[in-house]
Each structure stands twice: as C-alpha cells, then as structure tokens.
Write a protein that binds this ligand. Sequence first.
Ligand code: ADP
Length: 490
Amino acid sequence: MVAETINIKNKALLKDQCYINGEWMGANDGSSSEVTNPANSERLGSLPNCGADEAILAITAANKAQKIWAKTDAKERSSVLKNLHHLMLENQMDLATIITLEGGKPISESLGEIAYAASFFEWFSEEAKRVYGDLIPGHQYDRRTLVIKQPIGVVGCITPWNFPSAMLARKIAPAIAVGCSVVAKPAPETPFSATAMAYLSELAGVPKGIFNVVTGDAEKIGSAMTSHKDVKKITFTGSTAVGKHLLKASADSVKKVSLELGGHAPFIVFDDANLEAAVEGAVIAKYRNSGQTCVCANRIYVQSSIYDDFSQRFTEKASELVVGNGLDESTQQGPLISENAIEKVSNHIEDAKNSGAIITTGGNPHSLGGLFFEPTVLTGVSDEMLISKEETFGPVAPIFSFETEQEVIERANNTPYGLAAYFYTTDLAKSWRVSEQLDYGMVGLNTGIISTEMAPFGGVKESGIGREGSKYGVDDYLEIKYVSLAGIED
Ligand code: ADP
C-alpha cells in the first residue's frame, strides 16, 4: 500500500508491486517491506519482499524476451528510449517528489536528478544507432575479418538509494539500447523511484520482460542473479564491500561485471586558484545530497599560503546552508538516510576532534532532530585521522594544509579508492601535470560538478570497473564477435 498523503499529480506513478514480465505482482509469500521518509520517519508505503524465486521468474522472462528484442532494429529500440526520455520529463516534478520523499534530498536536487536520469534515455536512444563494428584487412590474401557487436543478454542490475532514478537509468538505458534485457533490484530505502520508472517504461513501449523490477531480500535476489546461467552480466552501484562480494560471486559462471563503488575524493586548491570559484565548487562538491554521493569531496587540500583565507570563506558558506525537509523549496541540505549514517559522521568528527582538529562550524546533530545533521567544517586535519582514510558519506568537510604539488598528489593518491578528484588552478602546465598524475577515473579541473551523460563515469583501483554514459557506456553491454571470411579468391 502507498500512503494517501503522498502528494503528486500522477498517482499512477506510485506502484506498490514488483514488475515482472510486464505484470505487477507481489511476493510469493505475500510479505512486504516498509519504506519511510527520512525527513520525518513517516511511512510512505511498502513493496513486496521478494526472494530468489521471484528473481528467477524475472530472469527467465527476461531471457525469453531478450531473444526477440535483440532482433529488433536499432531505430525501434531508439524510439522506445526516446519515448521514455519524454515521459520522464513530463513527470519530472512527480518523480522528483518521490525521490525527495524516499531519500530526503532537496527538491531542487531531485529535479536535477530526474533531468540527469532522463538524459541517459535520450543519449542512449541516439547511441543505439551507432553500435558500429569493424572490417579488418585479412591476414591472408583471400581473407577478410569482420567484427560485429552483439547484446550480451540478460543483465542483473543492483542500485543504491542515493540516486535512485539516475543510477538505474544509467544502467538500463544502454542495456535496452543495444538489445539486452534487465532484472533490476533497487535499494530498499528507495524502491518507488524504480517502480515508477518501470511504469513509464511500459507506457514508452518497452516490451514485457525487457525491464523487470524485483524488490526485496538483497542477498537472495543478488545471489539468484550471480548464480543463474542465463544472467550474462552484473552491473552494480553501491558500497565497495558489496561490490567485491558480487564480483566474487560472479566468478563461478564468469560473468561480465561492472562496478561503481565507493570514492574518497580529494579536492585540491592551489595558491594560484580563483579562490572564490574554488570555495563555491568545494561547497557544491561537498554538501550535495548531504555529502552522500560517491563523488563528494571527502578531503579538501588547500595550499598553506591560502589555507586560512579559504577555510574562513568556506566555513562561512557552509554555515549559511539551509537545513530542512527537502520538500521545502528553501532547503539546501536534507536529512541523512539512516541512523547508521549519523553514527558514522559523528564518529569521524569525534575522532578528528580528539586528535586535535578544530570544528569551525557545525559538528552536531541538527536542532531539527531526527536524521538531520549540521553542515560541518573541520580545520587542522591530519592524515592519521579516520576521516582522511574512510569515505564519510555525510556533510563533514575536513580541510588539510599542503606545501608542494608533488606532496599533495602523493597524499591525494594515497588511498585504495580512485573515483573522482577535483583541483583548482589557473596554471595551464599544472592543469595537465596534475590531471595526468591523479590516480582517478574522473577529474574536475576548476569545477565541483562532473556528472553528465556525455562523459564516461567510473573509477579505478577499488572504486570500480567499467564506465557508464558517453560513447563508451554501451561497451559493457556488448560482446565482440569476429567472423573470418575465407576463400575470397580471384
Ligand atoms: P549502502 O551502504 O549505500 O546502502 P550497499 O552496497 O549496501 O550500499 O547497497 C547498494 C545496493 O546493494 C542496494 O540495492 C542493496 O540492497 C544491495 N545489496 C546489499 N547487500 C547485497 C548483497 N549481499 N547482494 C546483493 N545486493 C546487495
């Protein structure tokens, strides 16, 4: 059941069932799990608590449907995705409201997320028509070598709560574009964004069985996906621990795996930077979604000569952020997702404080209570503190001081993670040098925002495998086949 209190125009978007083979259905045993609003703990509704049986039902349907979908022409797949792009934008306000209710982020950010999610359907509707192969010169005079790309098959897709619409779109759009089918398991905190997308996919003309959404027990559904012979690929966004588990579990049947995992983004400000722009960029990169994104600035390194000036300006901006319910248009920072998140943030602050860091603003749970936390800034932070080693995933900005370019590059790279990094400088040669030396999949140079459907998103080291978005985004859903044509003689 979905709560009557959810105030959106198009109530049809609110689905409280799973979507398997084009049918809306509950769990086999009738059980369900509650979803609550992190801003006020109010019940939003519940969704089926499915397990392995329902996942296998979806995989079987997806496998059957994929064989037919793979034979459709690229223009047909493209036009279905274009429809979905339009439908997402037509329902932008309602879909954004669902995100804010489930996940807590400010409505302005949720509207941005829907635009971002929709952009993947547009982008991959275009890329569907550009899955080019190659013609390679023959290695013998009477031979030609043909390379074709074919859809990999059924894709198991597992997504997190922090971008419940965009992370799903970024995976299903390329899959559907090239002729794959998908069984998706959304995060238990934010399943309504996924079922709303399934509903719109039906209206857009995605055939039954091509996009399935199964909610419920993560471990059971996940292991049904990783162990099933008909699932040819796993795509996952979430924690590094779960990503490693899925990679190991996929090894037995040698599945292709894409992972977008944790980050620990350095944000470096050199003394020749435009300070105003750097402060602005750092605030955006840090406090977006209350600091709960894998590309959030997690370690801010500022060159010593501008350290005090930067820290003062940054603290001022952070302390001005308006905290509140995301549905309130003036809100700039919503609640955190859970008690665990509050605990991790508090631990990082406590540990830093005990080792000598100074809190220049915030530092405590917000007076609004519940899951709200004050935007926090720490100065005098050192590399031994917990916050310099772990991803915080919360609204805490630790500011470190550094002296030289080489030193800061070494410190920035001194982590198992390698997702996003940012730096600010006006020196052209330094821009190249530092960009090339940062061991990260993505670098923001003089910007705190890097996500776009047109660029390859992804990490190196323990931050992941594969790229999403851009012209490279289809590669993970394709197999390469080569055909050797022999006997071409005069
Ligand atoms: P977070 O800590 O941010 O919730 P997780 O990695 O735990 O990150 O969750 C990301 C997604 O992975 C969610 O959809 C979650 O339900 C799912 N998940 C968690 N544990 C498992 C598991 N053992 N197998 C498959 N999926 C899992």
